[in-house]
Design a protein around this ligand. Structure first.
Ligand SMILES: *[C@@H]1O[C@H](CO)[C@@H](O)[C@H](O)[C@H]1NC(C)=O
Ligand SMILES: *[C@@H]1O[C@H](CO)[C@@H](O)[C@H](O)[C@H]1NC(C)=O
Ligand SMILES: *[C@@H]1O[C@H](CO)[C@@H](O)[C@H](O)[C@H]1NC(C)=O
Ligand SMILES: *[C@@H]1O[C@H](CO)[C@@H](O)[C@H](O)[C@H]1NC(C)=O
Ligand SMILES: *[C@@H]1O[C@H](CO)[C@@H](O)[C@H](O)[C@H]1NC(C)=O
Ligand SMILES: *[C@@H]1O[C@H](CO)[C@@H](O)[C@H](O)[C@H]1NC(C)=O
Ligand SMILES: *[C@@H]1O[C@H](CO)[C@@H](O)[C@H](O)[C@H]1NC(C)=O
Ligand SMILES: *[C@@H]1O[C@H](CO)[C@@H](O)[C@H](O)[C@H]1NC(C)=O
Length: 355
């Protein structure tokens, strides 16, 4: 008897729950977020309306065609969630014609089949942050009309030469916080709208010849972020073939550069080379400093001649930097060593004094 009551109560509750679910469920219009989960192999997915931050309602649908019917709004954001979703296959998004934002963060994604995103013809923003993707192959992103692609915080080691080509609307790509050690100048062929390239926190070692050749003739200026890499080699012709393109920002701070050449900077407005191993900027230093804050050039072991020149040019522009002030004073005071200097002092002198 007790058992029967319990079962019946449970039954009533679950019916009630599903009725409530059905009742409260709505097909959101305009900008609303959905939430898809469950095994893609079975093509049965869980879609949740998370329009107001919290998951308000979920529904398990048998296949993606049902989702397509279900998601009919005009500007749709879909969030996919699975625990974990190691592989994403190409039938997963069939019929999702109206989805503009697809978020698949923290999903444990390792592999994405070529063609997976092709059915998402309205897709503008694809967010694949914090997965375990190691290798970007051709066929996954080519020809997508995305404006934004976020692949940051993955385990990317290899981006094949033609994996990011033919993305006509791509404005922003984020490859930061990965394991990339080679920047390939063949990337971004036919990506004429690219204006933000994020590669911070990788292991890039060199800027090769004509590094930005595919960013030639961009309509807009471009910002390129290489902060926190291992760059210690810049090819003398790295900035060749830039055409009319201006690099608005080039951030190369926290690398291992040991010099900088003025003629690399011709197309660069805002250069940052702080925290490197630069002993001198060669050529027309004023052309490198331009209007930039001197802070962009601080924290390098400049020799005294070079340091003075940079500071004087900075003073001329009305720029100032405490770091340069301190080092400049040091250069003047440490000018002549007395007796046998301490080892640390000697090292400082090698770095900061002029002979
Ligand atoms: C979206 O839904 C709200 C209320 O549900 C309604 O007021 C609004 O007009 C709808 N917008 C569109 C574009 O259908
Ligand atoms: C799909 O789901 C059904 C029932 O939920 C299950 O029996 C079947 O094994 C699943 N198929 C695959 C390929 O996982
Ligand atoms: C989301 O849920 C948290 C706690 O569960 C609550 O504090 C918060 O107000 C909710 N936010 C919205 C937008 O409903
Ligand atoms: C991309 O650039 C082309 C011209 O090169 C332009 O016609 C198109 O509108 C741009 N797309 C976006 C999204 O800016
Ligand atoms: C930069 O200067 C080097 C020599 O200092 C020269 O070989 C090279 O052609 C110059 N590059 C440009 C773009 O002018
Ligand atoms: C910085 O440059 C000096 C030579 O000028 C070199 O001995 C040293 O190893 C470099 N430091 C790093 C971290 O590469
Ligand atoms: C410095 O910046 C100002 C305004 O930002 C600009 O008008 C001026 O031309 C710049 N000067 C140089 C030398 O770049
Ligand atoms: C500082 O470095 C520049 C470029 O390497 C060099 O020409 C100059 O002689 C150096 N000056 C001193 C005092 O070491």
């Amino acid at each position: 008897m007790l058992k029967y009551t319990f079962i019946s109560l449970l039954f009533t509750l679950s019916v009630l729950a599903s009725v409530v679910k059905e009742h409260r469920f709505r097909i959101p219009n305009q900008t609303s977020t959905h939430f898809i989960g469950r095994a893609p192999i079975n093509r049965s997915v869980k879609v949740c309306d998370v329009g107001s931050e919290n998951i308000t309602e979920c529904k398990t649908l048998e296949n993606t065609l049902e989702i397509a019917k279900f998601i009919t709004g005009t500007r749709i954001k879909v969030q996919v969630r699975d625990e974990p979703l190691a592989e994403v296959h190409k039938y997963f998004f069939t019929g999702l014609l109206h989805v503009e934002d697809l978020i698949m963060c923290d999903c444990g994604v390792i592999y994405i089949e070529a063609g997976t995103f092709f059915p998402l013809i309205s897709l503008k923003k694809l967010d694949l942050r914090r997965n375990y993707i190691e290798h970007i192959k051709p066929g996954v992103f080519n020809y997508l009309l995305l404006a934004e692609l976020d692949l940051s915080h993955n385990k990317i080691k290899i981006v094949e030469a033609d994996a990011l080509n033919h993305m006509k609307n791509l404005r922003q790509i984020d490859l930061s916080n990965n394991l990339i050690s080679t920047y390939d100048p063949k990337w971004f062929l036919d990506a004429p709208n690219l204006s933000q390239l994020h590669l911070e926190n990788n292991f890039v070692r060199a800027l090769p010849e004509s590094a930005f050749r595919n960013l030639i003739d961009l309509e807009s200026e471009i910002n390129i972020f290489f902060s926190f890499n291992r760059i210690n080699f810049v090819h003398p012709l790295a900035f060749n073939d830039m055409g009319k393109t201006t690099i608005e920002k080039l951030y190369m701070d926290h690398n291992l550069l040991d010099s900088w050449h003025a003629n690399w900077s011709m197309n660069i407005n805002d250069l940052k080379i702080a925290f490197n191993n630069v002993t001198c900027i060669h050529g027309d230093i004023a052309a490198v400093i331009k209007n930039n804050t001197l802070q962009n050039f601080a924290y390098n072991p400049y020799n005294c001649t070079c340091l003075k020149e940079i500071k004087i040019i900075g003073d001329g522009y009305g720029l100032s930097s405490q770091w340069f002030m301190d080092k400049y004073l040091r250069c003047r005071h440490d000018f002549k060593p007395r007796n046998a200097p301490h080892r640390a002092a000697l090292r400082n002198m090698q770095i900061f004094s002029s002979p």
